[in-house]
Design a protein. Structure first.
Length: 287
């Protein structure tokens, strides 16, 4: 996927799910049939312009009510099994914001790979366990995306909401400012270390239908793929890395390409041994 094309898709991912203009004009919340649809993006249900449900909010809702979130888990599993984390790299509006913020001139730093485990702790704790125990949607209460497109617009549009501002609101603002600031220095810090939706989709990167293939015969190990990668990884070292967003920026290099789990020779060079695609072996074993 070309760089400009990905930006267009990211723009669509930000605008189309939030195209209920009437909500902004009348300070109201859309409650139509589309609100029952669980989108594969981190997008706040409470945003005045939101048309769809937030997948993480959906999971929390079922945990708060003491029910198994079959619908939410089924929807996200279907998306993950098909494309892995591709929606994170090509559609997610909060990921798009972080990509743009990193372009600002600032002191650039890297974060260690082990920070990825925090997102699984957030998924288990703030999305499943704590909401089940407290009957409160705690991730949604603290989510910086929710604050940006839900909390701030409501505080701006509705004086009654402004009168209800308490200490928690300023905690939410502090969290949002933290990620806005760090995103100018670190590539996608929220996606890599915190996002529970990314944690779910990352579980499918090794076995999803769409796969990233690497050709070791033509790769020069120059590291340019890491420089353009929005999460600062080397896809040539692990094409199924759980941090990989499947944004396909790295496929500008001829040694990397998008393929499927069933395509055992993705580079199709006659007379050479098959280039291994992660997931193909497991598919053959299952057969």
């Amino acid at each position: 996927m070309g760089y400009l094309k990905r930006r267009i898709f990211q723009g669509m991912g930000a605008v189309l799910p939030n195209s209920f203009v009437q909500g902004i004009l009348t300070a109201s919340l859309y409650q139509g049939s589309l609100k029952s649809v669980c989108s594969p993006l981190l997008n706040c249900y409470a945003c005045p312009s939101a048309l769809f449900s937030c997948p993480i909010g959906t999971l929390q809702h079922f945990m708060v009510t003491g029910n198994v979130p079959f619908y939410g888990l089924g929807t996200l599993s279907a998306v993950g099994a098909t494309v892995g984390r591709m929606t994170c790299g090509t559609l997610c509006p909060f990921g798009f914001l972080q990509d743009l913020l990193y372009k600002f001139r600032a002191w650039k730093v890297s974060i260690p790979a082990w920070t990825r485990y925090f997102r699984y702790a957030v998924l288990a704790g703030l999305v499943f366990l704590i909401p089940y125990i407290t009957h409160e949607n705690w991730f949604s209460k603290l989510c910086p995306m929710g604050t940006l497109i839900g909390g701030l617009p409501w505080v701006t549009l509705n004086p009654n909401v402004r009168s209800m501002i308490r200490a928690l609101f300023w905690v939410k603002i502090a969290i949002l400012l933290f990620f806005v600031t760090t995103s100018s220095m670190v590539k996608r810090p929220f996606c890599r270390a915190i996002c529970p939706l990314g944690a779910i989709f990352s579980l499918f990167n090794k076995s999803s239908f769409l796969q990233l293939a690497w050709n070791p015969d033509t790769c020069t190990k120059c590291g340019k793929c890491q420089k353009i990668c929005p999460v600062d990884i080397r896809p040539d070292r692990n094409p199924t890395n759980p941090d990989c967003l499947r944004c396909l920026d790295c496929t500008r290099c001829p040694s990397l390409k998008l393929t499927t789990v069933f395509h055992h020779r993705p580079f199709d060079v006659p007379g050479t041994p098959p280039v291994e695609v992660a997931g193909a072996n497991s598919a053959r074993s299952a057969a």
